[in-house]
Ligand binder design. Structure first.
Ligand code: SAH
Length: 263
């Protein structure tokens, strides 16, 4: 039985149809194929062109038909990468050629994934598209490490933020305000600026002993978890040789890991 037929059996209803000339922006989740949604699997099964970036796990790319054209358009901080304009141009060109296009992104396309920018470009070009949400690394990656995003009695909010914005840039965050908020922070793309962020949060009033977890390559065979404190995390990360992709969780929920570590 092919994958779509299996899905339809599971769902008890027809799988969504990816039409010729349409683009689906699909979230691939943090890595483990088991964290794909059924719609994401349906999209992959119908892909004629697969446009993906570096964060998508090879086990997931393997779910598309062998004959599907694979266009690797990586984007990764600090390395030569495809320009966003080239990526959207490729999506539009493939759709206009009448292909069934899957734009596969790590995590959720609309969470720090530039999916919104690509969707806007498709809308402006008149290309029909839809978004298939995925599990975002900042939540699913924490769960994999035994850390709940919220816990009654511990926090009433959780802030998903990017650590990437350059100091002084328009989109730079007010770290002191986030420190004052007193709610856990979950940072994406924060590894290169971790030291500056920790310093800013400490200056903003967060306690030196605030627990911090760094979860790298969550849900993949290479997953690593480091637990430290705000004062010590930069040195600990350096000593452990941990690098992107990683999410950084800062706040009381991190302490629950001791009791909730996955078996
Ligand atoms: N759209 C993605 C985020 C893209 S930004 C999502 O929703 O998850 C890229 C950042 O995501 C990385 O720098 C890292 O902070 C995080 N990330 C993505 N996959 C990850 C993984 N498997 N483990 C840890 N962090 C991950």
């Amino acid at each position: 039985m092919n994958r779509l037929a299996v899905l339809e059996t599971l769902l008890g209803q027809p799988a969504p149809v990816l039409e010729a000339g349409h683009v689906w922006l699909v979230g691939a989740g943090p890595g483990d194929p088991g964290q794909l949604t059924l719609d994401a699997v349906a999209a992959l099964a119908q892909a004629e062109t697969l446009v993906h970036d570096e964060l998508v796990d090879p086990r997931i790319l393997a779910l598309a038909p062998e004959g599907a054209e694979r266009l690797y358009m990586g984007k990764r901080g600090g390395r030569p990468s495809a320009r966003q304009a080239d990526i959207t141009a490729a999506l539009i060109e493939q759709a206009r050629a009448g292909r069934r296009v899957v734009r596969l992104k790590g995590g959720d396309p609309y969470v720090f994934g530039r999916g919104g920018e690509e969707a806007l470009a498709l809308a402006e070009a008149g290309i029909p598209f839809r978004v298939v949400p995925g599990l975002t690394a900042g939540l699913a990656g924490l769960a994999a490490a035994g850390i709940p995003a919220t816990q009654r009695g511990v926090n009433q909010a959780v802030v998903l933020a990017t650590g990437h914005a350059a100091e002084g840039a328009d989109e730079a965050l007010d770290w002191a305000a986030l420190a004052r908020l007193g709610q856990p922070l979950v940072l994406y793309m924060a590894m290169r600026r971790l030291e500056a962020i920790a310093v800013a949060l400490l200056a903003g009033g967060l306690a030196a002993e605030t627990p911090v977890a760094v979860v790298a390559e969550a849900t993949t065979p290479r997953e690593r978890v480091l637990v430290s404190t705000l004062a010590d995390v930069t040195g600990a990360v350096r000593r452990a040789g941990m690098a992107a992709p990683a999410v950084v969780a800062i706040g009381g929920v991190v302490s629950l890991r001791g009791r909730l570590r996955p078996g």
